[in-house]
Design a protein around this ligand. Structure first.
Ligand SMILES: [Zn+2]
Length: 597
């Protein structure tokens, strides 16, 4: 991938020497070896003996477990980061492959530690958790032990783990391989699935339609096999849940996400009750595109051309000022990312696409990778990743285990930073057409994160429930459930003719059942925090930074309490969605103003 236009980001490369000098750095091998030896010694010392440890002994064991994980994580982070900027370089690929295998071997060797902690009887465990020695590890220990009621005996767990390789994960891999092999015949050309899907972002409606039809056709051949795989995975999960005693198909996922069935249900109810928001937006978008009604393949179409191009320096200034105006401390941290080369910004051949932040590299600062193209959306991407970066930098003193956040709170700082920056961008833009363009982009992203994910969750819910009650589902039945749950969201705002089999390309349904709602959860939680800041101003800054500093050392409910929010109150979700509705009001008003409404 190359860009001809210069953005000023061309030389903004990260400096990985804070980790290692290169992939050949002798320190890297020494670290891997040290982690390896420490793991063997750890197993030797603690295997089968965790129940005998007193509070001080357990603390020592946890800290040693974290220490060796940190050493290894540093090495594998380096391998990931170095590979991401040049994926065609064979030595980088080989280093990553070697360390990935090593990581899996270390995990297997050390699995016993968590299991033995979960296996402690309640009385002994509570005494340990209450002990001063273990204060720092309270939440970590409680999180681990939450699974206790659902764990089986050790021999049963062993059979589960070993058989899963030839069971559910084999089915998942078969699905991935089948999907990976799908080719799309588009305009007489043989193209990859991703490439055909990318045409849905084209400004040419006829091309979008042809791409969508070609995708539908390409999904047809393996549909019965993918139906069977989905049924098998859903059945496997229902057996697992029954043997372990989980209440519903989603309970295990909720527990992993550090939340409860009730909180998640409240989120789902709140989003479903506001399906009018996507409906209104898609009607507005139809008008902006000059159509009577959107088809499902028009949802991602660009609205006009946004000619606004920004240089790297301009983008940096907007984002830097947004953070600095919010808080000096946050601004200073963000400034270091630019000054000390923690960001890799330009588009380069063989570089990983998209953007990410390597949040907590033990003992070192976070790193950010992005592909800066100079369009306005790149500014928000930069703001998003710097939010993760700020979060990671603030949690560094907590160490690896306590800084790790579940998916439900991992997006707090990124969504917040994006909202701060978006507000600034909007305030700087006076032209109604360009304001509308900005708002539309923002609303569209929010709909994709909130409503689209919740509608997919409703589909999963219907499938898992139906499978448990009625037995195996046919391809027709799956298509019916997909159409029903999509229609609930779109009503008549989007024509979904031809969309029926598109459930079958979503890998999350197979690989991580129940996963999708967490996007909506994380986004709306962060938006609620931002709304609170808008209402209360500077008095929210310190509590918010304190929330970030707590990383994953507290449950999401406790983190929310730190900024005066109650995650068990459905209003938190309603308020986030209302903020979206307000943006939509403004977009509709602007469309009227420029004669497009
Ligand atoms: Zn993110």
């Amino acid at each position: 991938m190359t860009t001809t236009e210069l953005t000023g980001a061309e030389d903004i490369a990260w400096d990985l020497s804070d980790l290692y000098e290169s992939g050949d750095d002798a320190r890297l091998d020494a670290d891997v070896q040290e982690a390896d030896e420490a793991a063997a010694a750890f197993r030797e010392r603690y295997y089968g003996k965790v129940a005998e440890l007193d509070a001080a002994g357990l603390r020592e064991a946890i800290e040693e477990r974290e220490r060796m994980e940190s050493i290894f994580t540093r090495a594998i982070y380096f391998a990931h980061l170095s590979y991401a900027t040049n994926m065609a370089d064979a030595p980088r690929g080989a280093l990553l492959a070697r360390l990935t295998e090593k990581g899996a071997a270390l995990d297997t060797q050390l699995l016993f530690f968590g299991l033995e902690i979960a296996d402690l009887d309640d009385e002994a465990a509570e005494a340990l958790i209450a002990h001063d020695e273990l204060e720092r590890w309270r939440h970590w220990l409680r999180s681990l032990r939450k699974f206790r009621p659902y764990l089986l005996s050790e021999p049963e767990e062993k059979i589960f783990t070993e058989k899963s390789v030839s069971g559910v994960s084999a089915w998942d891999r078969l699905y991935d391989e089948l999907l990976g092999a799908v080719r799309v015949e588009l305009d007489g050309n043989d193209t990859s699935f991703e490439e055909a899907m990318s045409k849905l972002y084209s400004g040419d409606r006829d091309l979008r339609r042809r791409a969508a039809e070609a995708v539908t056709e390409a999904l047809e051949p393996g549909l019965r096999t993918r139906t069977f795989i989905f049924n098998t995975i859903v059945l496997d999960k229902s057996i697992d849940d029954r043997l372990r005693g989980y209440q519903s198909w989603i309970s295990q996922r909720n527990l992993r996400n550090d939340t409860t069935d009730e909180a998640v249900q409240a989120l789902i109810d709140a989003a479903v009750a506001r399906y009018d928001v996507p409906q209104r937006y898609y009607r507005l978008k139809a008008k902006l595109l000059g159509l009577d009604r959107l088809s499902f393949y028009d949802r991602f179409a660009p609205i006009g051309e946004d000619p606004t191009k920004v240089s790297w320096d301009e983008a940096r200034d907007v984002v830097q000022n947004a953070y600095s105006d919010f808080s000096t401390e946050a601004g200073d941290i963000v400034e270091r990312f630019f000054r000390e080369s923690w960001i890799d910004a330009p588009v380069r051949d063989n570089k990983r696409t998209g953007a990410f932040c390597a949040t907590s590299v033990p003992g070192v600062h976070p790193y950010i990778l992005m592909n800066f193209t100079g369009d306005r959306r790149s500014i928000l991407t930069l703001a998003h990743e710097l939010g993760h970066g700020l979060h990671g930098a603030l949690t560094l003193p907590l160490g690896l285990f306590n800084s790790d956040t579940p998916l439900t709170t991992a997006e707090t700082a990124s969504v917040f930073g994006e909202a701060l920056t978006f507000k600034r961008l909007l305030a700087l833009e006076e032209d109604p057409g360009r304001r509308l363009n900005l708002l539309a982009g923002r609303i569209e992203d929010s709909i994709a994160t909130v409503f689209r994910q919740i509608a997919m969750n409703r589909f999963e819910h219907a499938v898992h429930t139906d499978r448990r009650e009625q037995g195996e589902l046919s391809t027709d039945r799956l298509e019916e459930l997909w159409r029903e749950t999509q229609t609930d969201m779109f009503r008549d705002s989007v024509d979904i003719d031809g969309y029926g089999s598109w459930w079958s390309y979503i890998p999350h349904f197979m690989g991580t059942p129940g996963y999708v709602y967490a996007y909506a959860y994380g986004f709306l939680f962060a938006l609620a925090v931002f709304r609170k800041y808008e209402q209360e101003g500077d008095s929210m800054v310190e509590p918010y930074l304190e929330l970030l500093r707590s990383g994953g050392s507290k449950a999401p409910e406790e983190l929310a309490q730190m900024v005066g929010l109650d995650l068990t109150d459905p209003k938190i979700w309603e308020s986030g969605i209302e903020a979206l509705a307000v943006e939509l009001d403004e977009a509709e008003a602007l469309a009227n103003e420029i004669g497009l409404g």
